[in-house]
Design a protein around this ligand. Sequence first.
Ligand code: ATP
Length: 323
Amino acid sequence: MSPPIIEVFDLTFDYPGFRALNSVRLSIQPGTVTALVGPNGAGKTTLLRCIAALETPLSGTVRVAGLDVYEHPRAVHRLMGYLSDNFGLYSDLTVAQGLAYAARSQGLPTAAVAPAVHTTAQRMGLDDKLHHLASTLSRGQRQRLAIGQAIIHTPQVLLLDEPASGLDPEARSALASVFKVLQAQGMTLLVSSHILAELDEYSTHMLALNQGRVLEHRALGHSAPATHDTVERSLRLEFVADAASVAPWLQAQAPVRVIEVHGNAVEIGFFGNATAQAALVRACVTAGHSLVTISPLAENLQQSYLKSLAAQRAGQQPARTPA
Ligand code: ATP
């Protein structure tokens, strides 16, 4: 498995009189798209700003591509694009001028600016608007221009804070397609949003925050790669008979968190790779539990998110998060 592209160690951030992030630890694999979700005030924007080295935490470390973001902010900014929730555009610049300005700010050599403007405008579907002023664009087009400015230097990592807010369904769907293309080109995306259905279209992972802590960090069922062992995956185990008696035994196994029991099936959160999963199957059989099937659970983002919030409110064991 490749080394994580984003690593956050024990990050604590205080606003005056208020702790917004509390010992946050997480790691994100390259090429993934992580939906950053959580209730209002959970700390999503603060976390994105800390990862982008725009805030100085009370304690903790953040590394992007192995670089400490607080020690090497400029080097990190060359690897990263960031779209803030209240992005600003220069209204009196045309699309081409805005993109060229962003390219120069990112230190692109003069000869590379025009090709970067052209490629980015095409990527963002703005090539027919190059000579239009930003002030004359629709909200969706302005959003795409802002994302274009954030990716003009083809960063490895793209952080987006509420990129789809205020967009109509068609513009949101177009934006989702853009994110899929960026991921296919190898970019790692961390996207905060409250529009879960839309995040679900392109996210491979969910990172749920609540009250400044990581509530859950998991691969989503439809994309769970068995090779990953730094995030939890949902699995469904089906037995020959009623699974109620197997659940306590399963819960006692090291990488397992029992989520729900339905009749003969148990849904678990599993924090392990393919080898650990094979070991669980062997342990089940050795212990005399008649396991029929074990399969990844296709659970959508909304279901995962609501479940983890409900589990936290019920005072259940918190989900495992990457070490
Ligand atoms: P939302 O979904 O509403 O955008 P969020 O998850 O992005 O919320 P943050 O904006 O990171 O949350 O805020 C986390 C907490 O920190 C909130 O309780 C907020 O009130 C508080 N906070 C944010 N900015 C400041 C500030 N400048 N001074 C004091 N407290 C702040």
